[in-house]
Design a binder for this molecule. Structure first.
Ligand code: ATP
Length: 270
């Protein structure tokens, strides 16, 4: 069906340098996903099995999706991205077929990466989703498990998945041979926040009194997405004051920081 085109190879355009900080996660992901697909002989030589899949988990807005996209761009590997919830909404009654089709495409495009964003939507603990014995959700999960250890071996295809809710994911999916590597993508620390501000401010017109060191200091417990949002709000504040303003000044950032509504609560960042 024509709708399947929507899961076709998507070429993201995010580079590692677009992501502030998070150096360890960038490196770990390269090792776990790029190395096995590009240097399988090294793994053979060492006698170790590369992971079939990697789960990125952590609070919202902290660069899980961004990191997966950069991995795709930078590795040059074929990349098929699927948003978990879309599997149900776009392919009503055909969700299992859609899963099968995604993996068929991934095999055909190997070496490739299949990225499931918000995987919790399709991999909730079995039986937890509804009263009936085999709900659609259960069947989709079974299909996913089948594809991962199936009759046709998943050669040169690595699954990368992201979630804010690792606790609700069916443990069968996380067994060896499936998504057996788990990486925590945490909130940005001071240095990472400074790096994110540096990236954002490079694209903006800012006055000399703006210091990214200072900005990083006053945004403790901000997610990466919130750091970006603060930059946008500060620029809007400068424009509200004077539509002909040429630059965003430090006071605009300070004022917006003071009234910034955080959507990420401290508990979410734990
Ligand atoms: P969710 O769980 O809500 O999907 P996520 O962890 O996948 O969140 P992303 O979608 O990667 O988060 O990030 C959201 C936005 O926040 C990005 O598009 C980007 O603008 C910004 N952002 C987050 N972290 C960073 C970072 N480390 N460097 C630069 N931008 C960032």
């Amino acid at each position: 069906p024509s709708t399947m085109r929507e899961v076709m190879l998507e070429v993201p355009n995010v580079r590692w340098q677009d992501i502030g900080g998070q150096d360890e996660i960038k490196q770990k992901l390269k090792e776990a996903v790029e190395w096995p697909l590009k240097h399988p002989q090294s793994f053979l030589q060492m006698g170790i099995t590369p992971p079939k899949g990697v789960l990125l988990y952590g609070p919202p807005g902290c660069s899980k999706t961004l990191t997966a996209k950069a991995l795709a761009t930078e590795s040059g590997l074929n990349f098929i991205a699927v948003k978990g919830p879309e599997l149900f909404s776009k392919w009503v009654g055909e969700s299992e077929k859609a899963v099968h089709e995604i993996f068929r495409k991934a095999r055909a495009a190997a070496p490739s990466i299949v990225f499931f964003d918000e995987i919790d939507a399709i991999a909730v603990k079995r039986g937890a989703s509804s009263g009936s014995s085999t709900s659609v959700a259960d069947r989709v999960l079974s299909q996913l498990l089948n594809e991962m250890d199936g009759v046709e071996p998943l050669l040169n295809v690595t699954v990368v998945a992201a979630t804010n809710r690792p606790d609700i994911i069916d443990s069968a999916l996380l067994r060896p041979g499936r998504i057996d590597r788990v990486l925590y993508v945490g909130p940005p620390d001071l240095a990472s926040r400074k790096a994110i501000f540096d990236i954002q401010l490079r694209k903006m017109a800012v006055a000399d009194d703006v210091s990214t060191v200072r900005l990083a200091e006053i945004t403790e417990e901000f997610s990466g997405a919130e750091v970006v949002a603060l930059c946008q709000e500060a620029a809007m504040a400068a424009m509200e004051e004077d539509l002909n303003a040429e630059k965003v000044e430090a006071r605009h950032f300070e004022a917006c920081r003071a009234k910034f509504k955080q959507r990420t609560t401290p508990e979410m960042l734990e």
